[in-house]
Ligand binder design. Structure first.
Ligand code: NAD
Length: 255
């Protein structure tokens, strides 16, 4: 008797060249997925692709997720190479931390264009392929800044609150056809983004206010994302999991 070889599922991870996105890509590889990485930083992406050293299972594509044509081309290429798309992690993001009065329209649009438009565009492009399978999982990466308002985050916090609602819309409209959508909202994690926008004062305040008194690691975020994409989460749809060392539960303000 012959058995049908199992088909490795395919995950698309935006912003997969480094940081949290790279940890998510590694989680998928460790769990027998094939992975497509989309990132705007072509040079970093190339280095990452070489380091992952899995040419049969990794496709790295340079793509600005805020640009509809680039997104459609990249997602179609992924589907053509791997034949299916099972999971999408909308992880790519940018941050501008400035007071409301100093945030320009261009800065606001830059953050919304990447964090929100990018997640919308990548989802829209992947959904038809998930529909073909009759299943799929979208995980959108928000932030505790999308759960609570605070100073300096008019653009960033607004984009992350919006992505949480985008997820609920996706969960309600796509649940009926077997596609689930959920959010992971990280607390502070030591990455290039944190280096850029977490001043010494913000960093010190986070250490004081997070009940576990530390930053998270990219791998800790990746575990939650992987869980939400796995069969273990088959009835979880439209939810937001804060991976934040207890910060949201504590009710204290964001520094
Ligand atoms: P990072 O800056 O290290 O990585 C972000 C990646 O996204 C980079 O590789 C970058 O090139 C890519 N990217 C940016 N704009 C893009 C675009 N237009 N198209 C394609 N790729 C683009 O940041 P990170 O800390 O790993 O952040 C990952 C996600 O986690 C982001 O959505 C971020 O908002 C969120 N997050 C981070 C923290 C934190 O403290 N680091 C906390 C909460 C949420």
């Amino acid at each position: 008797m012959t058995s049908t070889p199992s088909i490795r599922p395919v995950a698309v991870v935006t912003g997969g060249a480094r940081g949290i996105g790279l940890a998510i890509a590694k989680w998928f590889l460790a769990h027998d997925y094939r992975v497509a990485l989309l990132d705007i930083e072509a040079a970093t992406l190339k280095t990452t692709e070489t380091e992952l050293n899995a040419p049969d299972r990794v496709l790295a594509l340079s793509c600005d997720i805020s640009k509809p044509d680039q997104v459609q081309t990249a997602i179609d290429l992924i589907a053509a190479k791997f034949g299916r798309i099972d999971a999408l992690v909308n992880n790519a993001g940018v941050a501008v931390f400035k007071p409301l009065g100093e945030t320009t329209f261009e800065e606001f649009r830059y953050v919304m264009g990447t964090n929100l438009d990018g997640a919308f565009l990548c989802s829209q492009a992947c959904i038809p392929y998930m529909k073909k399978n009759g299943s799929g999982s979208i995980v959108n990466i928000a932030s505790i800044s999308g759960l609570r308002a605070s100073t300096l985050r008019v653009a960033y916090g607004t984009s992350k609150a919006a992505i949480i609602h985008l997820t609920k819309q996706q969960a309600v409209e796509l649940g009926t056809i077997g596609i689930r959508a959920n959010v992971v909202a990280p607390g502070p994690v030591d990455t290039e983004m944190a280096k850029l926008v977490h001043s010494v004062a913000i960093r010190s305040d986070y250490y004081d206010t997070i009940p576990m008194n530390r930053y998270g690691t990219p791998e800790e975020i990746a575990e939650a994302v992987g869980f939400l994409c796995s069969p273990a989460a088959s009835f979880i749809n439209g939810q937001c999991i804060a991976v934040d060392g207890g910060f949201d539960a504590s009710g204290v303000g964001i520094p």
